[in-house]
Write a protein that binds this ligand. Structure first.
Ligand code: NAD
Length: 367
């Protein structure tokens, strides 16, 4: 376990990362513990939890050692498949007892969106580091509560932004910061897919907190921020609904939105649950451009610039993510693009503004 003092030291490094979000690593001053492995329990053994568990088989710094699930048959299957000992298995009623388990360092919360806040706060109060899936919470207010709870508990709060560790994405970001594209004045983000089963939790406002924006549109919000390297100062948004039965009140089907940035750059984005083949980022500058398609799917990601294709080995995103998050928690390593609670909160502030703009028709200031 990280002591409170160690956490405060690390937290001050995180603060520096907020000021200099894309500074290169300065972890050399932090003592490395490369022989240490982050022992992780997964909460929510659904489709994405399973993907993370499979990816973690190839991790060097992170190890799946525990589960939290409401379904006993899943726990039995995971014990068998991943060699998880019975003493590291919990359900949603007793998982608070994880505080007495010295063999688990962190819990990865992979439950439906509305449960991220209560589950993350529960994990933090049990003294374990929190890794929480995106969207971090349903709105900015919830996000702030989670950050406060984790600070009070002296644990890390990380958000599952796997693209922040993806090689081609990081190379585009590096070239943008190096000025290779000149002054970047335009970003386009297209994020969407056709959603199936109308009964799933993603189409239930109480569990999802919204619709496509919470689930897939957030990739364009986050991508605009890391590709341009600045924070938006205003938002406008418009909603279109072709199927009000499937997409009930409060569950957005398609939203187009725009963001303005201090440099004068603008982002134009689409979030939808009604069209496939929408997984594309385009960044344009005065000296060049970058295009990524697919840009945020499970990969391989494809990226090219005005100079040609970007080549990098495809590694399963969640494998890299979990190894890098282990280094972040255990060594104090700083990622090129932050993945902490403040980073999750920035996206939620924008999500709130997008919904406000949809409802009011107004341009929403973010400053
Ligand atoms: P899923 O429905 O496949 O799994 C959700 C799990 O939560 C299930 O095992 C379910 O049993 C459990 N659960 C616990 N309490 C529940 C309740 N009250 N109602 C419904 N289910 C409950 O969903 P998923 O696709 O695994 O998504 C889970 C989270 O992971 C979501 O927040 C989603 O946004 C996120 N996700 C992230 C990525 C990514 O690439 N980062 C990809 C997919 C999903």
């Amino acid at each position: 376990m990280t002591t409170r003092r160690q956490f405060i030291e690390k937290a001050s490094l995180s603060t520096l990362a907020v000021t200099l979000p894309f500074a290169s690593t300065f972890s050399s001053s932090v003592k490395k513990q490369e022989d240490k492995v982050l022992r992780v329990a997964i909460m929510g053994l659904g489709s994405y939890g399973t993907r993370v568990a499979e990816a973690m088989k190839d991790c060097k710094r992170a190890k799946l050692v525990g589960v939290i699930s409401g379904t006993p048959s899943k726990i039995e299957a995971w014990k068998e498949k991943y060699g998880i000992p019975a003493k590291n298995c919990y359900n949603y009623e007793n998982y608070h007892q994880i505080k007495d388990n010295p063999d688990i360092d962190a819990v990865y919360v992979i439950t439906p969106n509305s449960l991220h806040k209560p589950h993350s706060i529960g994990v933090a109060r049990a003294g374990k580091h929190v890794i929480c899936e995106k969207p971090m919470a349903l709105n900015a207010e919830e996000g702030r509560e989670m950050i406060q709870a984790c600070q009070e508990a002296g644990v890390h709060l990380l958000v599952g932004y796997r693209m922040h560790f993806e090689a081609k994405t990081l190379e585009v970001i590096r070239r943008q910061r190096a000025g290779d594209f000149g002054k970047t004045l335009f970003f386009q983000g297209l994020s969407g897919f056709m959603i199936g089963d109308p009964k799933q939790w993603r189409l239930n406002k109480a569990l999802a907190g919204g619709g496509a924006m919470m689930d897939i549109g957030i990739y364009s919000i986050n991508g605009a921020r890391y590709m341009l390297g600045e924070e938006p100062i205003w938002v406008t948004a418009q909603e279109v609904k072709t199927d009000p039965v499937k997409f009930k009140q409060g569950v957005d089907e398609t939203i187009t939105f725009q963001m303005g940035f201090p440099s004068g750059a603008v982002a134009s984005c689409l979030s939808t649950y009604s069209m496939n083949n929408l997984d594309k980022f385009f960044l344009n500058g005065t000296k060049g451009f970058a295009e990524m398609q697919p840009s945020t799917g499970y990969g391989p990601i494809q990226a090219r610039t005005n100079q040609g294709p970007i080549e990098a080995e495809h590694i399963t995103h969640q494998t890299t993510q979990m190894d890098e998050m282990a280094a972040l928690i255990l060594d104090g390593k700083q990622p090129m693009v932050p993945v902490d609670g403040e980073e999750g909160l920035r996206d939620l502030v924008i999500v709130d503004a997008i919904y406000e703009s949809v409802h009011t028709g107004a341009r929403i200031s973010l400053i």
